[in-house]
Design a protein around this ligand. Structure first.
Ligand code: ATP
Length: 463
């Protein structure tokens, strides 16, 4: 095999001809075969740097050949081709270790781009990176998290849309950052936008931008997050909070890669990797009619689930000890370790607010105490009250509907004051998670973010 050879495995003669002509026109040397057995015969002479592999072949499933290549020729980048509509196959291929996938009918520009990406030195480097080590901001070596790290590494090299799910505080945003950092667009911007933190009336302009005069408050042109993310990654957190009208617009954007600011006569084509996340169950949202099914399927190309902290075994102690040292250094404290009782408490606790809640607990300990060891007595009283020493049967649910306070305590307060107490107590009980508190209180997260902002507490329109 010569250096810029590409093995094209495609049984439809007209498509073979088309792919080969395209690849030749950009300087590659394609070798075409029409079946798995022919491909295996060619591969006997050595694996080429790139294989373009149709998955539906007359003598078997292309996924089998993909698995063989991943095992026997890990340096070879395999770009799989699937029929439009068989997204599940594409996802399976990415899990096995495909470099990228293309849906039929193939856009010639996408084919050339996928092949160019596969060639780049960066991906040679990525493939060589060991897969089991934590990455980015992650701490934790449990098997479930190693699976997460592997998926992140596998998907980072492609432009495929990633749909990250997981409870609030489980690390969805740092997963998105890690994918961006390992991607070919890592020199470009990473633009996070929390759809739940922005009132729905403003979200469209936040995503797509507007021109002056598009609506009364639009006094000057404003670029949206999508255009800001040109050449990089757009991370849409709490994507299920978009209203249905905006979902339709967003779907059009995904299909055309064209951003049209509100009030603008024409759009601009951009190239951005989309990663979205939700702490809801997206299929339940589709069933309830709150998330368009077509948008869900368009976004749900590669799913990535962040398991809750309570399902990561000893990770909770690993994270706690690593972060304790960092917080202690920052605050000039001597904390270095957790005692055995605290480790056991942490291992038994259900962490409804996941890693974010753990970090809040540690931060509180470090600010209010000094070390060198975290004992039960140094833990925040509200953590112990809300179940630090209870087991919740792994459901992650803190016992609900406990009275927030004696009702007598509300006597003489205004409704606004009582509302503030209820909201703050619920956020606290949900481990600091505003989206989760919003769910409990049955309001939208943006309602809570707006109120927090009015009370002078930090809101996170863009995280
Ligand atoms: N495995 C981990 N190791 C160390 N820190 C972590 C880990 N996972 C999450 N964190 C930290 O926990 C905090 C919450 O993580 P992140 O914002 O990514 O969660 P999220 O799932 O996006 O939350 P939300 O749904 O509320 O937006 C961040 O400070 C992040 O750096």
């Amino acid at each position: 095999m010569i250096a810029n050879q590409i093995l094209v495995v495609e049984d439809t003669a007209s498509l073979q001809t088309l792919y080969c002509a395209l690849l030749e026109s950009v300087g590659h040397h394609p070798v075409a075969v029409g079946s798995l057995s022919q491909a295996r015969a060619v591969l006997q002479n050595g694996a080429p740097p790139i294989v373009l592999l149709d998955l539906l072949l007359p003598d078997g499933d292309g996924l089998d050949l993909l698995a063989e290549l991943v095992a026997q020729a890990p340096a070879t980048k395999v770009i799989v081709i699937t029929a439009n509509g068989s997204v599940d196959k594409a996802v399976e291929a990415m899990r096995i270790g495909a470099f990228d996938f293309l849906l039929k009918p193939i856009d010639p520009a996408n084919l050339v781009k996928a092949v160019t990406n596969a060639r780049s030195e960066r991906h040679q480097h990525l493939r060589a990176t060991p897969t089991a080590l934590p990455l980015g901001g992650f701490i934790g070596s449990s098997p479930v998290m190693q699976q997460v790290y592997s998926t992140i590494r596998a998907v980072a090299g492609s432009m495929a849309t990633v749909f990250v799910t997981g409870e609030s505080g489980a690390g969805k945003e740092i997963a998105a950052e890690a994918i961006h950092a390992l991607s070919s667009q890592s020199d470009g911007p990473f633009v996070p936008l929390n759809c739940g933190a922005i009132p729905s009336g403003f979200l469209e302009s936040e995503v797509f931008g507007h021109v002056a005069g598009a609506f009364p408050a639009a006094i000057s042109d404003k670029r949206g997050a999508a255009e800001d993310a040109d050449g990089g990654t757009l991370f849409l957190d709490e994507v299920c909070e978009m209203d249905l009208g905006l979902q339709a617009r967003f779907l059009r954007f995904l299909q055309t890669s064209t951003v049209t600011p509100l009030g603008a006569a024409e759009g601009k084509r951009i190239t951005t990797r989309i990663i979205c996340a939700t702490s809801r169950d997206p299929l339940e949202e589709v069933r309830a009619g709150r998330l368009r099914a077509d948008l869900y399927y368009r976004l749900h190309v590669v799913p990535l689930h962040l398991p809750p902290l309570r399902d990561r075994g000893h990770d909770v102690v690993e994270i706690a000890e690593a972060m304790l040292s960092r917080f202690a250094t920052r605050e000039g404290r001597s904390f270095r370790a957790l005692d055995d009782e605290v480790k056991q408490l942490f291992l038994n606790y259900s962490w409804p607010g996941n890693v974010r809640q753990l970090l809040n607990v540690l931060w509180n300990v470090v600010v209010l105490n000094d070390g060198p060891v975290v004992t039960r007595a140094t833990l925040p009283p509200n953590f112990l009250d809300t179940g630090g020493d209870m087991t919740f049967g792994g459901t992650g649910q803190v016992a609900t509907h406990q009275p927030l306070a004696d009702i007598e305590a509300f006597a003489g307060m205004t409704l606004a004051e009582i509302e503030r107490i209820a909201i703050e107590a619920t956020i606290e009980r949900e481990g600091g998670s505003v989206p989760q508190a919003a769910r409990v209180l049955d309001v939208s997260p943006s309602t809570l973010y707006r109120k927090l902002e009015a009370w002078g507490r930090p809101a996170r329109p863009r995280k």
